[in-house]
Design a protein around this ligand. Structure first.
Ligand SMILES: Nc1ncnc2c1ncn2[C@@H]1O[C@H](COP(=O)(O)OP(=O)(O)OP(=O)(O)O)[C@@H](O)[C@H]1O
Ligand SMILES: [Mg+2]
Length: 263
């Protein structure tokens, strides 16, 4: 079943066409990587999906519901199903790991309970279990500004998971990390998606990482989808077209620094 269906999505920023008639589908539990050069429209696509920006035209359906028609409270409800993971983590630096993770529950609570920081015993135990899954249990009381980049991103994933999301949107989640931390983060995302049947739409700069982890790759050039298919079928010539460069300049290497894929 398709979790997300995007039909003929177009986005103009004033006169600038950022997305041009984009259509794509994401099935349940599928990892779809979006690749494309800087300015191709990857972030715009993700932001349209959670309606942080309004599309100019087209239809976006989440589990069969047209999200462009959602009113304020339905939109809030919709966003609780969608986790977001960012390049720069977007954590509250002075809060602890546990507090940051519990922030992921805010969409499920009344504003008052959220402001007062009142979380149920169930929410605390869910946060602890998610922290264990991400090997962060021993860091729960540490302030987030004392963590490494890789640890911060694991907190970002934990915060998304306590939302109990059906879809996670990741905007270049490993772009600020060293190769080893990047591999760890991709491995966590992969495992979570498989184990919990969560769909992931992920913007990546590294083609080799997309090939290694994604079930499908979508290549965007100047706002248009120019490839949508199995990573096995992504040939160098197509990568050159996506990035607007010469075929001889395309070199795949394992930029997550790993040899065995999922050990
Ligand atoms: N808020 C905005 N107002 C005007 N133009 C914008 C805005 N946001 C993005 N753009 C333009 O839209 C195009 C697509 O931008 P977008 O951020 O989606 O690209 P991207 O593929 O995510 O790039 P990067 O890899 O650098 O993150 C770019 O030309 C960008 O300059
Ligand atoms: Mg971007």
């Amino acid at each position: 079943m398709a979790v997300l269906e995007i039909h003929n999505l177009t986005k103009y920023y004033k006169a600038h066409l950022a997305l041009d008639d984009v259509s794509l589908k994401l099935r349940s539990g599928e990892i779809v990587a979006v690749i494309g050069r800087s300015g191709a429209g990857k972030t715009t696509l993700l932001r349209c999906v959670n309606r942080m920006i309004e599309p100019s035209s087209g239809r976006i359906e989440f589990e069969g519901v047209d999200i462009r028609r959602l009113g304020r409270s339905a939109l809030r409800e919709y966003r609780t199903h969608i986790g977001m993971i960012f390049q720069h983590f977007n954590l509250v630096p002075r809060q602890t790991v546990m507090e940051n993770v519990l922030n992921g529950r805010l969409g499920h609570k009344s504003t008052l309970a959220g402001i007062a920081g009142i979380y149920s015993a169930d929410e605390h135990s869910m946060a602890r279990s998610v922290l264990e899954q991400l090997d962060l249990a021993d860091q729960a009381e540490k302030r987030c500004d004392q963590l490494s980049g890789g640890q911060k991103q694991r907190v970002g994933i934990a915060r998304a998971l306590v939302q109990e999301p059906r879809l996670i949107l990741c905007d270049e989640p490993i772009a600020s990390l060293d190769p080893r931390s990047a591999k760890a983060i991709m491995d966590y995302l992969f495992r979570i998606s498989r184990k919990m049947d969560i769909s992931i739409l992920i913007n990546l700069h590294q083609v080799d990482v997309a090939i290694k982890y994604a079930d499908r790759i979508v290549g965007i050039r100047e706002g248009c989808v120019v490839f949508d298919g199995d990573p096995k079928n992504l040939k160098k010539r197509k990568v050159a077209e996506i990035y607007g460069c010469d075929v001889d300049d395309i070199h795949f290497e394992d930029s997550t620094g790993g040899d065995a894929m999922f050990n």
